[in-house]
Design a protein around this ligand. Sequence first.
Ligand code: ADP
Length: 662
Amino acid sequence: MAAPPEPPIDERARLLALDRFQILGSGREQAFDDLARIAAHVCGTPIALVNLIAFERQWSKAHVGWDAPELPREASLCSHTVAQRAFFEVQDAAADPRFANHPLVKGPPGIRFYAGAPLVTPEGQALGTVCVMDRVPRTLSEEQREVLRALARQAMNLMQLRRGLVELRESNSERTGVQRALKETEERYRDLFEGASDLIQAVSPDGRFLYTNRAWRDTLGYGPAEIGSLRLFDVIHPQHRGEAADVMQWVLEGGDVDTAQLVLVSKDGRRIVAEGSLSCKKVDGQPVATRAILRDVTERRRTEERLRASEARTRSILDNMTGGLITLDGSGKIESLNPAGERIFGYRREELVGRHLSLLLPEPPGQDKASYLKAAFPKALGRVTEWQGRRKNGEVFPFELSMFEFETEAGRYFAGNIRDVSERHEIERLKKEFVSTVSHELRTPLTSIRGSLSLLASGMLGELPGDAQEAVEIADRNAQRLIGLINDILDLERFESGKLEMHMGDVALDDVLQRSAEAVRGVAEKLGVALEIKGGAARAWGDADRLVQVVVNLLGNAVKFSGAGQSVTLEVERKPPFVEVRVIDRGRGIPKALQDAVFERFKQVEASDAREKGGTGLGLAICKTIVERHGGEIGVTSEEGRGSTFYFRVPESASVAEARAS
Ligand code: ADP
């Protein structure tokens, strides 16, 4: 038997070409069946086929008188026709040594005759055949051969037509697929645009709206039907049309704008500030629309403006404050300083920001700055404390500082009010100096005046006429009061400046009370006020004379402000580690609001008290300094119309006094 023909050299290309026809395995088709029938009829054979030679098989697209639609390629007679790419005829296969042993010849169906015309593509690839077979030997006429060739060409034409159709169908279905996808994308975008919270618009170059989304229409208050007749400049705020026209022109000329601001006006006249990006859509290089994606920032702008105004207000308050204001971060670094603060310390803001607060303080005596600050800083929180500061020129000066703490997102901060009190201190010092100088200067001549007046009043220098006697007595009393005042002023000044030495020791309070009572007994009797002493054996650590001074003062007041027939009680009680002395009267009492104030200099409940009752208005201030120098405290409880209880407590022993003083 003849070996099956070698596959053509360009077999791969041939198979690819066959594949493009997508015919293998397709169903029966009338046109091909017709071709096979015509072939059988023209050639007078019982068998006719339209065959295709695939990779490993022969496959029949149409067959007449033959019922094996598929054969292995090596059993295919047509593969010879395909290999030769030319008409091929075997007139008697049994007598032909090439085919005598061929299974189709030898076995059923016992083929003796074969003739095939190749199906050749325009590119010259042979894909199959139109062939006829018979079980008896035959010879075709030239005409029959010609018809067979023509039928093969027709089969090829049919295949090409068929392929065109398949491709058309595919491209159609592809196109509808693309269209569907396009439609879906468009709908998705439309949904996105419609649902977006940004205002989206597309405007033609001549200003007509091509598209607006829902947010746009809702914000500007137009219905979809109204958009058609609307022009861009209808919705641009009249005062901002010029700038809008410029932006639009710029965009139309091809410039994209990432952050444009358009001031719009809604249908009902509201001003809307919109911010966003603008771009231009072009077709064939020609602008067809400007597109804008905007955000309504009206509220944000308004808030920003309010914030800016409030910031400006705050800034101008800070800038014009006469007091200094400093802010510090949690670690004590300076964050900001207002102009008054700059003036106080003599630095410019830039020189201080980022530096530590300690730059503004002198070296504290006896300790390092860090530990001083650590201890002093918390004390300034929420109250006024006095500090020593250092100016840029090195000058050390006193300032008052009150701090408050505040939290921000960036952490904990402190703000401090600063008041330069160096001037005030200086004035106070001068005032005190003046008062004490004047007092000193006055005391000597006053004492001699008073001496002369006493002499005159006593009659030792001779009898005075009635009126003159009275006048001299008045002058004497007033001179006495003046001397008392001057002594008090000088005492207070000495106490406060620490010039007065205290002679501390163990004091029997009984003695103090007795001595004090003796001192006021005369006045008390004159005013008809009884004195009672309720004392136990109590001791205190102090200066006996100064304690007598305190009690005399309190007793004197109590007597002065009692009515005739009333009594004043003096009592002492141990309240370890203190001892308490109380002076109780049943007189007019002190209004609640003034109970603390009476301990200040020259403070009186009634303006006329000093004149009418005698006194300087300094007594209680002196008592307070003395008691505090003892490490004790002084106070009053009183009910108007029912009397007052003045009390003071001093330490019982030296150790308590020392502990209090430190
Ligand atoms: P003065 O030397 O004028 O008494 P003080 O400092 O001792 O000055 O007292 C101040 C003022 O306190 C008095 O002028 C008076 O108005 C009031 N005051 C002091 N003690 C009493 C008291 N026991 N009862 C009522 N008022 C008093």
